[in-house]
Design a protein around this ligand. Sequence first.
Ligand code: PMV
Length: 317
Amino acid sequence: MVQLSQKVALGKAHGKLILVGEHSVVYGKPAIALPFPLIEVKSFVEEIPESIRISCDYYDGYLSTVPNKMKGIAACVVETLKVLTPHPKGLLIRLESTIPLGRGLGSSAAVAIAIVRSLFTYYKRELNQKVLSSLVNISETHAHGNPSGIDMAAASGETPIWFQKDREIDQIQIGAPIHLVVADSGRVGDTLSAVSGVKEKYKTDQHKTNASMEHLEEITYTARTALSGGHLKILGHLLDLAQEELTSLGVSDDGINKLVHAARKAGALGAKLTGGGRGGCVIALAKNASHAKSLAKAFLIAGASKTWNFSLGNKLE
Ligand code: PMV
């Protein structure tokens, strides 16, 4: 058995929700994202006699022999260690996560953020957002191809954000508490193929796809105003409109549509997919906290594998 040293460094990151603007954000349009602290990743780093190992539910072994799905994480660890030390020690990186994989809740970004944070803590070095972002981007590029960076920004921050590629991130004010229900379809979404599908649409029908992007942009701007003014009915309607556009872009599917309809039937102010789509999760805006409970029931009856009730006010609840 490997004798572990006493020194253990911890790094954490939470999940994220995209309220509105997924996919159009890849094309330079703005999006609104929220930290989702009900689920999180913890990365523990400790010294072991030799080599670098990584241990999680999915894999337990040498960093150099990780499966394909974890190659981005491995590249991120290697580059992070290059920044930290010329002679890396033998290390064990142990991951614990409550963020389901591939559901558009920011799992891949959160894993990378937690790992980078834990390695910086282990080497007692300060980590700024710019360095964190560039290191996490290494693994996100493996996972998504051409990530907008929104997952990294939302999973590493503590407030709702207005995100636009290559621009400063803005914090968003919330005028009245919002009560969201997140429902997991139980199916892994495929962000890479959804993003490629939209790119393909751009080639085959540029005019229509451009119009969809512009509509999503307009919806996102109006949603920001509705959020800061506390106009929940308008916000809900905007979520519905965004879902329509995402459906026409081909990133929703029957399972997602079924959950969206169940939420609306149960009186949701609005409902849409969140994240890459084609599987993954749906969010619904409830009228209040007790209505959120009945929406969660409706989701489960409609086949959701899990739900989370999440309230956001002037501060995270
Ligand atoms: O990682 P996901 O599934 O939440 O997707 C992120 C949002 C997209 O706009 C679909 C992709 C991106 O890079 O912004």
